[in-house]
Design a protein around this ligand. Structure first.
Ligand code: SER
Length: 338
């Protein structure tokens, strides 16, 4: 008999670590994690971890022979800045590995005659506002608007949303009897900020970097100008959105991909909140015009009313609570004694 598990890819990344902590609170959850990197030592007892590459098909086949995956949280990805530097590698990780996992999940669903659930984090990067004036005009963007990404990462995520929908609705559509296939659900995240981890390779990274630098007494030069604005969300809300979407009744869902968000801040507003907690912080603005242009192409805010209506989504942390009750105390604890 194979062991039934929840499978998390990219588990050593920011969202992965936070999701693993949360899922492992329930001892009934048997968790299999995978990443190119080891888990941090404090998380190692929470799952069976496989260090390896998702593009290694033999490794995936071995995992399927040992484990029955009920739910897959496919988090592994190269983020937007890194994907611009290594576009082919990004395509391999972000698209080809997703395709391999979708196929694996579809075949599993057929084998068991029951859908494997496939939860996929997408991103604000799938949007592409053509210029700053348009961004200023269309403040809150709905799921079907401005789907014209200007990054490799955004293209990859948008296509994989479509692939996921395809696998869940039309895979093997010409077969005499269409076999059961996957239950695909996706959220589009805004920029995420964690008190515990720092991102690497993203473009929304200036906000968490500013905060973590201030907490360590290090100067920080922000790579976008002061009025550059995108929406953000703190990590506990991000994880909650994934878990809440996973348990939502399927017939309540009117779509497969949902915006979720919390608060929209300019870089100067992030700076002001950081300075309020760390008055001695040295924060300057030295825009990198190319990375800034990516931020300018992302909407100032996203409309998450579909998620609110269909599965009761609501963030717990607005900007005030996010900084006062989660980020600042969490970061103080993280760097205490260093
Ligand atoms: N945080 C991501 C990035 O900056 C966007 O999803 O790439």
């Amino acid at each position: 008999m194979r062991k039934r598990v929840t499978f998390i890819t990219g588990a050593s990344g920011e969202v992965g670590q936070a999701l693993l902590r949360e899922l492992s609170q329930d001892p009934a959850n048997q968790i299999l994690t995978m990443d190119l990197h080891p888990l941090p030592p404090e998380l190692r007892s929470l799952s069976t971890h496989v260090e390896g590459d998702l593009l290694n098909m033999r490794l995936l086949a071995r995992l399927v022979s040992e484990y029955e995956m009920d739910t897959i949280y496919h988090l592994a990805a190269l983020l937007s800045t890194r994907a611009e530097i290594q576009p082919e590698e990004a395509h391999q990780v972000n698209v080809e590995a997703t395709m391999a996992l979708l196929k694996l999940a579809a075949e599993e669903s057929q084998w068991r005659k029951r859908s494997v659930q496939f939860i996929f984090p997408s991103s604000i990067a799938i949007y592409g506002m053509p210029d700053r004036a348009t961004k200023a005009h269309f403040q809150r963007v709905r799921e079907f608007e401005w789907n014209q990404p200007r990054t490799m990462y955004g293209c990859n995520k948008l296509y994989c949303e479509q692939l996921g929908s395809y696998f869940s609705r039309y895979y093997r559509q010409l077969a005499v009897e269409q076999p059961p296939t996957i239950d695909f659900r996706s959220v589009r995240f805004p920029g995420l900020i964690s008190a515990v981890t720092v991102p690497s390779g993203g473009t929304s990274d200036y906000a968490p970097e500013m905060l973590h630098a201030a907490a360590q007494g290090k100067p920080y030069a922000c790579f976008v100008r002061e009025d550059a604005r995108i929406p953000f969300m703190v990590m506990p809300d991000a994880v909650r959105s994934l878990l809440q979407l996973a348990v939502a009744p399927r017939d309540a869902l009117t779509r497969q991909v949902y915006n979720v968000t919390s608060f929209s801040l300019s870089a100067a507003q992030v700076r002001d909140r950081v300075m309020a907690a760390y008055p001695a912080a040295q924060i300057s603005f030295e825009p990198d015009l190319k990375r800034e242009a990516i931020i300018d192409s992302w909407p100032a805010d996203i409309d998450d009313s579909a998620a609110r209506m269909d599965w009761g989504w609501a963030p717990e942390y607005d900007a005030e609570r996010a900084f006062q009750e989660y980020l600042i105390p969490g970061i103080r604890e993280r760097y205490a004694g260093r």
